[in-house]
Design a protein around this ligand. Structure first.
Ligand SMILES: Cc1ncc(COP(=O)(O)O)c(C=O)c1O
Length: 484
């Protein structure tokens, strides 16, 4: 190999420093083990800027971000609430961030105690005693629970039970998780009140039924009023009931799924129990299960022994689903949040989330069509009226116009059971003033839509980039720096 000088990238990026060049023995040491094609021949052409320019650049960029700390984020199904800064401070403290997951349990008793107590709190809140903190997201929690269900069925020799029934108002991750776990999905239709149709359910239950996966409150923001009957019917058919508990924000402290017949559920800690989760993470989707399913949970789990907290594998565990012990700092925030609020505080949280959603629903339902216009839970679904559609206005136009008025758009075109859906979730942390201002914005957009105002097709006009071809952006992303 020729004697090419090695220049270190990080050296070059230090202000006032040129690349460090290694020669001879130093060079040989520096490139040892590197494939020849990775060895740099010329110094990298890095921009050199003063600190102030860099700070200004990133501050300017940060101002273009939309965040819960700047404005309202009514993103249905995502529970974009404000998360107390005190939890962030706690999660940033060195006693936690300095831990390593390979440390001996004897050295991390504090962290294990947090996890054990969080397991206890989640078991108490859900009424389901077996808890795993492993899953890193709601969807991974769904997969975990379905693997547990499969292992439980196999342990009983019920290998013919491979069908999972899912109402058509379920969250999109539910059927995807079923398929991943090797189950067949059969859809149960909703009735004209937006709830799981009990007759349709009865007609689908048979000896192949492994279980039902139900989102409750469902994605229309409605509580499944027939849930006790639903659970009884599935149990009588020999199946188990999984509840997608990502919307637990609406019922925490008021009712417990284990008490109304649910066998397994996941919680989205990053929605209900405090953790900022815009932009895709990090999250935690613990799974809580009934006693007889607990032996199948992933391991290791934290348990309390005579000499303190320890890690142990449940006897018939499906194995490990995630590295280490889950997203520990998300678990820590959730524990702090639950301890600060306590049971009565969680109830107040849920009541305020429901009150805020209903307040907004009623403020919007004279100018927008609300297909299921009755008391909702933490969110409601609206859509443009017939008159707006006749003016050529679509839900996408409404969402883009709301950006101009200073709001993050609500979730749109979901749930699928409502055409042109606009799904609004205010959460419990918004004030009446904010809700009033948002309702005014919604009503202003409704007026613009009714007069067929062209601004709706041009929006957003206040952002650095206007309307993009979103389908193309996904399929043909242009990710190069300063592309022409
Ligand atoms: C009802 C429901 N189920 C499941 C999920 C999936 O959760 P995650 O995005 O953490 O995978 C979400 C996400 O918001 C949800 O709203």
């Amino acid at each position: 190999m020729s004697e090419r000088p090695i220049r270190l990238l990080f050296e070059a990026s230090r202000p006032g420093r040129r690349c460090t060049t290694y020669r001879g023995a130093d060079r040989a040491r520096a490139i040892e083990g590197l494939p020849a094609r990775e060895v740099r021949e010329h110094p990298p052409q890095l921009p050199e800027n003063g600190e102030l320019d860099i700070v200004r650049h990133f501050t300017r960029l940060s101002r273009r971000n939309y965040a819960i700390t700047t404005s309202f984020y009514p993103l249905g199904s995502c529970t974009m609430k404000y998360n107390p800064v005190v939890n962030e401070v706690l999660a940033a403290e060195n006693p936690w961030t300095g831990l390593h997951p390979f440390q001996d349990p004897g050295e991390i008793q504090g962290a294990l105690a947090v996890m054990a107590r969080l397991q206890d709190d989640l078991a108490e809140a859900t009424g389901l005693p077996g808890v795993t903190l492993h899953p890193a997201a709601g969807a991974q929690g769904e997969l975990t629970a379905l693997m547990v269900l499969r292992a439980w069925l196999d342990s009983r020799g019920e290998t013919e039970r491979r069908t999972i029934l899912i109402p058509d108002s379920a969250h999109g991750t539910n059927p995807a998780s079923c398929t991943l776990a090797g189950f067949k999905v059969v859809t149960v239709k909703s009735d004209d009140r937006g709830l799981c149709d009990l007759e349709a359910l009865a007609s689908l239950l048979d000896a192949t039924t492994a279980g039902l996966m139900i989102t409750n409150p469902n994605t229309l923001g409605l509580f499944e009023e027939g849930i006790e009957d639903i659970c009884r019917m599935v149990h009588e058919a020999g199946g188990r009931v999984y509840m997608d508990g990502a919307n637990f924000n609406a019922i925490a402290g008021i009712t417990r799924p284990g008490d109304f017949g649910i066998d397994m559920m996941h919680l989205n800690l990053h929605k209900t129990f405090s953790t900022p989760h815009g932009g895709g993470g990090p999250g935690a989707g613990p799974v809580c299960v009934a006693d007889d399913l607990a032996p199948f949970l992933p391991g290791p789990r934290v348990a309390e022994g005579e000499d303190g907290f320890l890690l142990e594998d449940p006897p018939q565990s499906v194995g490990r689903l995630r590295g280490w012990h889950g997203n520990f700092l998300v678990l820590l925030r959730a524990y702090a949040f639950i301890r600060r609020l306590g049971g009565p505080g969680l109830r107040r949280m849920a009541e305020a989330a429901v009150l805020n959603a209903n307040y907004l629903r009623v403020k919007c339902n004279s100018s927008w069509r609300v297909p299921f216009d009755r008391i909702c839970m933490h969110e409601f679904v609206a859509r443009p009226t017939k008159a707006m559609k006749e003016k050529g206005i679509r839900t996408l136009d409404v969402a883009k116009r709301l950006i101009d008025l200073g709001y993050h758009p609500p979730t749109i075109y979901f749930p699928l059971v409502v055409a042109e859906a606009i799904m609004v979730e205010p959460t419990e942390t918004e004030s009446k003033e904010t809700l009033d201002a948002f309702a005014d914005a919604m009503n202003q957009v409704a007026e613009e839509a009714l007069r067929g105002d062209p601004i709706l097709h041009a929006a957003p006009v206040t952002t650095p980039v206007g309307r993009v071809d979103e389908a193309r952006a996904v399929k043909d992303p242009n990710l190069c720096f300063r592309c022409s």
